[in-house]
Design a protein around this ligand. Structure first.
Ligand code: NAP
Length: 248
């Protein structure tokens, strides 16, 4: 039996670890190829896009894939839409693993916004914004010449975008609470900007912002195309895979 795992998250790697133990299953992880040094996977990895939903459907059919698992990041809306369309075209089941979003804990001050453009407009003039959003969502913030911007990313964008007060911290998650406190203090951040990615590992930055009484401009998730089977944890995904593939 063949399974394709659309990856790029901690949950995808954890699930890959479990699938690697199943002798009757041939599982491959797909990565977009956005980082030069991806975390290692215990199953074969295919890097790079498929060429839209049509390309993915063609890949699924040509490779004889029996099951597609979408464990991409909750903000990877295009890939999730492609997965829904391609699985339908190839006539195979799709499981989406979607971790629950964060909700504010007592003592956290959130400014909820629908997208990165609105997040950029929500920051007051003179603010120092710690951007835990990845380079892909940076563009609207670059228009705000009245802000100090501190972007944290696995790798700095090249070339570095033009802005009078942009700095980049290169770092790879997960981050401990102490490291988050240090990072926010070191740049004298007045605001944290985050995407509502969910998951335990990424929550430490919210805990740090609360301890430092920093407001969090929280970008809501994009609405994803409906998928027939949606699970919310690695163990639920594992159980659904077993239900579809009894020997897996
Ligand atoms: P996206 O906008 O939904 O997808 C853009 C294109 O990238 C897709 O159409 C597809 O190209 C390719 N792609 C995306 N994920 C892929 C995968 N797992 N395997 C192969 N191709 C993939 O995605 P994104 O937001 O740029 O995210 C890219 C990757 O980074 C995803 O794997 C995601 O899990 C991970 N990630 C994203 C974020 C975020 O904030 N967006 C954060 C952390 C990790 P084709 O159409 O050519 O197939």
């Amino acid at each position: 039996m063949k399974l394709l795992l659309l990856a790029g998250t901690a949950e995808a790697r954890a699930l890959a670890g479990e699938l690697a133990q199943v002798a009757s299953l041939s599982a491959t992880a797909a990565l977009a190829g956005v980082t030069d040094r991806p975390e290692p996977y215990p199953i074969p990895v295919r890097r790079g896009g498929f060429g839209g939903a049509d390309g993915l459907a063609a890949y699924l059919s040509a490779s004889g894939t029996d099951l597609l698992v979408d464990a991409t990041h909750p903000f990877a809306a295009q890939m999730s839409a492609n997965a829904v369309a391609a699985a339908a075209r190839a006539g195979i089941p799709l499981i989406r693993l979607e971790r629950p979003p964060w909700i504010p804990n007592p003592g956290e001050t959130w400014v909820p916004v629908p997208d990165a453009q609105t997040a950029a407009c929500a920051l007051p003039a003179g603010a120092t914004a710690f951007l835990a959003i990845g380079p892909g969502s940076l563009a609207p913030f670059l228009q705000r010449r009245d802000l100090r911007l501190v972007l944290r990313a696995i790798a700095a964008p090249t070339p570095l975008p033009e802005h009078p007060a942009l700095s980049v911290i290169e770092a790879r998650p997960p981050f401990e609470l102490e490291a988050e406190l240090d990072a926010l203090r070191a740049c004298a951040a007045t605001h944290l900007v985050a995407k509502n990615a969910g998951g335990d590992a990424g929550r430490t930055k919210l805990d740090a912002a609360r301890q430092l009484s920093l407001p969090v401009v929280m970008i809501a998730r994009p609405r994803l195309c409906p998928a027939e089977t949606v699970v919310h944890s690695v163990s639920q995904a594992r159980a659904r895979i077993r239900a579809i593939m009894p020997h897996a």
